[in-house]
Design a protein around this ligand. Structure first.
Ligand code: C2E
Ligand code: MG
Ligand code: MG
Length: 708
């Protein structure tokens, strides 16, 4: 084998005759590695020389086809020039070996042959030869052929490489886009809202998981569907936010909040929220705000709104404020559930008997408001009848009282709240008067205003020493001598003038102010009595009125005894007047407090005796000392046989029980004479003196002592 490396190559023949006309090859092409295979060393040398002269710097030559084949398979040649030889056998073997031995596409093989070798040429073509050069060949033609073959090959290789690069770029970009699509789809799917992308033709092009779930679509069948099938407004509205009824694929519908935004290259994007829960919450908020939970009636807010609207529209009619008392008692007896059930039934019956004439509202847990063109009195009677029957499964009747107050509109009030306030006031007057129904009157309001003013005055009086104590003497009927006095509280208001204790004491009792008021009177009475007793007067006793509420206050007896001690009045000089009503009911604490005082030496008088229903047993148990005959019997003592008998009986009873007896309201000498006839011990009244302020009483005492 003779190998002709490029550097060794030298012109071996005269083939290259027109060197100067050889094509100028681009530098890249001249880097191409070329293998020359020819059994003739001279020919190899010539060819290498020709090629080297043309600028091909990497050329090898070999005269042994077998060795050349090994080389060709090892080295990545750009072109092989193969002399096929006369028999062609070695050349064809090379071609076959080169074809079969390569894993990749090899270099193009250009076969050099003589004209006569046609069959060999064809065989060579079949074995993969690319081209032929007929020998003897022209140098220029050879170089052109080499140049063209190399150019074609390089172009092809470039194209293949570019195509390959493009392929790789496209697949990388496709993979990147796919991953981005997955990422975006993941984001869309993780959204709680439905996200729908709609093309310009109104068809779904994207829909996230929440969207398909809300619309009841199979995710793979969703795309391409008309969005208007599910969200009808999308046919005509292309942007904005609104609430709609969305249709599911199965035909059901649900409330949805949707926001539609135009997406320039995609049509539009719809964000859809299922509003079912919001709607349910809104409804329950509405119910809470407007309906009564137990009776399921519209509540007072609705009542006031509708009443106001009715007044605004010039409506006329009545409102009835209805109170059901005793529900608490019912709940204590039968439980809350039964009470609520009863209340619900009351509401139902109210609805039945006011149907078509009045609207019924729940005002609070035990009051109702009826509004309509109604006559309150007959309606109230009808309601009373309707509430008669049994009220629950156990056939229990309602042990409750119904009271009502009514007001007329527009006459009794210009606003809904004024009307309700007045009907309510009428109801509380009806309750106080223990009657069923009362219509509102202006007098009720005057009385309420007065009461409010008195309440206010009591508070001021307690704070600013606005209370005073007057004294009214008690006189021995037998000799006209003074035996004691009753302390009577007085209140003078700068705005209201003198306010009678008959008016303010009951208010004090209700509010609890009677406790400090009572202690004030007691202290003042003790102090004044001590003063009069010290000044050499007769051993006067003082009577102080007590209300049950005072006795019901824990520690009252101790406090009273402490006052006595502080002021220096012996308990024996104090008499406490309790009303007869106290004798009517057993009250342990009251009894205990009274006994504590009694044991300390304080006397007990029963005031206004004869007006109530006292029990003789309690009278003796409380160990009262004195009975005070109510002045109503004394007033008509001389005119009414009946009153005379009562007064006389009380005096007899006192004697039998060994009690002292005082007649109240002795106004005339005739009264006094008759009472003396009946052997009454003492008298108190205008005949002797009215209740007097401290200085006046002092004067009266002085005058009385002077008379003795
Ligand atoms: P009471 O304890 O029965 O007092 C007698 C009432 O009869 C006094 O009325 C007195 O002014 C009045 N009176 C006395 N003599 C006559 C008379 O000859 N004719 C007439 N028509 N009335 C006479 P007053 O002072 O208005 O007291 C009324 C009631 O207020 C008292 O009735 C008593 O229940 C209560 N009260 C007065 N002061 C107090 C007090 O400090 N504490 C308590 N808890 N109640 C008091
Ligand atoms: Mg009294
Ligand atoms: Mg009295």
């Amino acid at each position: 084998m003779t190998v002709f490396p490029r550097r060794d190559s030298s012109p071996a023949s005269g083939v290259m005759t027109e060197r100067e006309t050889a094509p100028v090859l681009p530098g890249r092409l001249t880097d191409a590695r070329i293998l020359v295979v020819d059994v003739d060393p001279g020919s190899v040398a010539t060819l290498l020389h020709t090629l080297g002269g043309a600028g091909y710097r990497a050329c090898d030559g070999d005269t042994d086809p077998g060795a050349a084949l090994t080389l060709a398979l090892e080295v990545d040649y750009a072109l092989i020039l193969l002399d096929i030889g006369r028999t062609g056998l070695a050349g064809l073997r090379f071609l076959r070996g080169y074809r079969d031995g390569r894993a990749t596409e090899g270099a193009p093989v250009v076969v050099l042959s003589t004209l006569a070798d046609r069959d060999i040429r064809l065989a060579a073509l079949e074995l993969g030869a690319r081209d032929f050069i007929i020998r003897p060949c022209d140098r220029v033609e050879l170089l052109h052929r080499v140049h063209d073959t190399l150019t074609t090959r390089l172009l092809l290789r470039d194209q293949l490489r570019r195509a390959d690069r493009l392929d790789r770029e496209v697949s990388a970009r496709t993979a990147e886009l796919e991953s981005r699509r997955h990422f975006l789809q993941g984001i869309m799917d993780s959204a709680g809202e439905g996200i729908l992308v709609i093309d310009r033709a109104g068809r779904l092009t994207e829909c996230n998981r929440a969207g398909t779930a809300m619309l009841g679509l199979d995710s793979d069948k969703a795309l391409g569907r008309r969005a208007g099938t599910f969200l009808p407004e999308l046919e005509s509205r292309f942007a904005g936010s609104w609430e709609t009824m969305a249709r599911r694929a199965d035909g059901d519908s649900f409330p949805a909040d949707i926001t539609v935004t135009a997406a320039p290259d995609h049509g539009s994007i719809v964000i859809m929220r299922d509003a079912t829960e919001r709607k349910v919450a809104e409804q329950s908020f509405w119910r809470l705000a407007n309906m009564d939970e137990v009776t399921r009636l519209p509540n007072r807010r609705v009542a006031l709104d509708r009443l106001a609207a009715c007044i605004r529209d010039g409506g006329e009619g009545h409102i009835v404020f209805l109170r059901l008392s005793g529900l608490d008692r019912h709940a204590d007896l039968f439980g809350d559930h039964s009470a609520e059930h009863a209340l619900f039934q009351v509401a139902e019956r109210l609805g039945e008997c006011t149907e078509r004439v009045a609207s019924v509202y729940a005002w609070d847990s035990q009051c109702f408001l009826l509004v309509g063109e109604i006559e309150p009195e007959p309606l109230f009677e009808g309601i009373l009848t309707a509430l008669q029957g049994p009220f629950d499964d156990d056939e229990r009747a309602l042990a409750m009282e119904l009271t009502a107050g009514s007001a007329r509109f527009p006459g009794d009030g210009l606003s809904a709240t004024d009307l309700v306030r007045r009907a309510r006031l009428a109801e509380s007057c009806a309750r106080a008067a223990e009657t069923g129904h009362l219509p509102f009157t202006a007098a009720m309001e005057t009385a309420r205003v007065r009461r409010h003013a008195v309440e206010d005055q009591i508070r001021h009086a307690l704070r600013d020493c606005g209370l005073d104590v007057y004294y009214q003497p008690k006189v021995s009927l037998a000799d006209g001598g003074v035996v004691g006095m009753e302390a009577l509280v007085r209140m003078h208001s700068p705005t209201l003038g003198p306010v009678s204790p008959m008016e303010f004491i009951p208010i004090c009792e209700e509010s609890g102010a009677i406790v400090p008021v009572g202690l004030f009177v007691l202290r003042r009475a003790c102090r004044d009595t001590v003063h009069w007793r010290r000044n050499g007067r007769v051993p006067l006793t003082v009577a102080v009125n007590l209300s049950p509420r005072q006795l019901d206050t824990p520690g009252f007896a101790d406090e009273a005894l402490a006052i006595l001690e502080e002021e220096g009045l012996p308990p024996q000089a104090l008499e406490l007047e309790v009303t007869e009503t106290l004798l009517m009911e057993e009250r342990q604490r009251v009894d205990a407090e009274l006994m504590r005082l009694r044991d300390a030496g304080v006397s007990i008088a029963i005031d206004d005796f004869g007006t109530g229903h006292s029990s003789l047993a309690r009278l003796t148990r409380l160990r009262a000392d004195t009975l005070k005959i109510d002045r109503s019997f004394i007033k008509n003592l001389l005119r009414s046989h009946e009153d005379e008998s009562i007064a006389r009986s009380i005096i007899d009873l006192a004697r039998i029980l060994d009690l002292k007896v005082v007649a109240e309201g002795v106004e005339t000498k005739a009264h006094a004479a008759r009472l003396l006839d009946f052997r009454c011990h003492m008298g108190q009244g205008y005949l002797y003196a009215p209740p007097l302020p401290r200085p006046g009483f002092q004067d009266w005492l002085d005058a009385a002592m002077a008379r003795v």
